[in-house]
Design a protein around this ligand. Structure first.
Ligand code: SAH
Length: 338
């Protein structure tokens, strides 16, 4: 187990198990996440014997940044993992702070037709520490604090449920990365049983659903996951999540030219979502060389937006980040790693 796999509670249990006081877990968290000190030998309030034990009982491996691309408001990082696999993370500068989009798996098995990440099938889940370290290394690189986290990089987070939940706990812990739950967003393509499970956790994170289509007919074409959990099943789970948590859910809808962007699609989508406590985020598609889908025209997106508005659906159009660099999910990895 890696030192950064530990939630504070797990580390408290560890210290108790070796006959030490559990507040030592808080001290370790302060070194790692507050003082950003990673060398255990510098943990000066722990005696040598305890430091040696920590070195012995946990892995302290580091992932590394191997490539960075940037424009004014976006920085994209390619990380090399200890076993030579690669994942990406993206940093975006907003007027309200800095957000990071982290990956949760090496590759992805969901097979969404428009998505670059899924061209590489899932190799493995990321460990908790590999997600935590994406944030730590980027904070060190930009020398600024990250204020919000979206789990929207490579991978399907609900297909790596336990590690992702541990990651969220560490990010959210006031002694961990201390990022408020309302500044953490988990995005899923709709793994229904896991949405029910998530609803039961006492975590107030934002949930985003990648819906991307107003009918099963269209969704089946672009998102194979729809054959396992169709629109009606996934929206029932989302309604359960909303009533369990009292939280508004984001519906993501990537605008694909002549696939899901007609006004009749907008009408169908309005009917699906009417009365639900959701808001729709229309996402301009990031085109990529390897895939033939095209982005919808600006006018088409606006017309779609207007239909939703007219039908009383909360809707925004996502600001485009990083289209000059390889910001589409999985693009940097595809380009750099053959
Ligand atoms: N597996 C999760 C999270 C990762 S994908 C999910 O499906 O939500 C993050 C979001 O980016 C999803 O909404 C996905 O559909 C979308 N996406 C993937 N490729 C894209 C592209 N080229 N342009 C715009 N959005 C894209």
């Amino acid at each position: 187990m890696h030192i950064l796999d530990n939630t504070k509670e797990k580390l408290e249990e560890y210290f108790e198990s070796i006959g030490e006081k559990k507040f030592k877990a808080t001290q370790v968290f302060e070194w790692l996440y507050e003082k950003k000190v990673y060398d255990v030998n510098d943990f000066s309030n722990l005696k040598k014997e305890v430091r040696d034990k920590l070195l012995q009982d946990f892995s302290w491996d580091k992932i590394s940044i191997v490539k960075k691309e940037e424009d004014d408001l976006t920085k994209k990082y390619l990380f090399k993992l200890v076993d030579d696999n690669h994942v990406e993370a993206v940093v975006m500068y907003h007027d309200y702070g800095i957000s990071i989009c982290v990956s949760s798996q090496v590759g992805c098995n969901m097979g969404c037709k428009f998505c670059e990440s899924g061209r590489l099938k899932k190799v493995r889940n990321l460990e908790t520490y590999e997600m935590v370290m994406q944030i730590l290394l980027i904070e060190e690189d930009i020398k600024e604090r990250i204020s919000s986290v979206v789990i929207m990089g490579i991978g399907e987070p609900l297909d790596n449920y336990d590690n992702v939940i541990n990651f969220i706990k560490i990010v959210n812990d006031p002694k961990g990365l201390a990022i408020g739950a309302r500044h953490i967003t988990l995005s899923t393509c709709g793994i229904v049983p896991k949405i029910y499970e998530l609803a039961k956790l006492p975590l107030q994170v934002n949930l985003a659903l990648s819906l991307h289509a107003p009918s099963d007919e269209i969704r089946n074409e672009i998102m194979p996951v729809n054959k396992a959990y169709n629109i009606s099943q996934v929206l029932t789970a989302i309604n359960d999540y909303i009533s369990e948590t009292n939280r508004r859910v984001t519906i993501e809808y990537v605008m694909l030219k002549e696939v899901n962007d007609s006004e009749s699609c907008a009408v169908m989508l309005s009917n699906l979502l009417k009365g639900m406590n959701v808001y729709v985020n229309l996402i301009p598609y990031n085109e990529t060389n390897n895939i033939s889908f095209k982005k919808s025209k600006k006018d088409t997106i606006l017309a779609f937006y207007n239909v939703l508005k007219k039908n009383g659906i909360n809707v925004t159009i996502r600001k485009e980040f990083g289209s000059k660099i390889s910001a589409a999910c999985g693009q940097l990895r595809s380009k750099e790693v053959k």
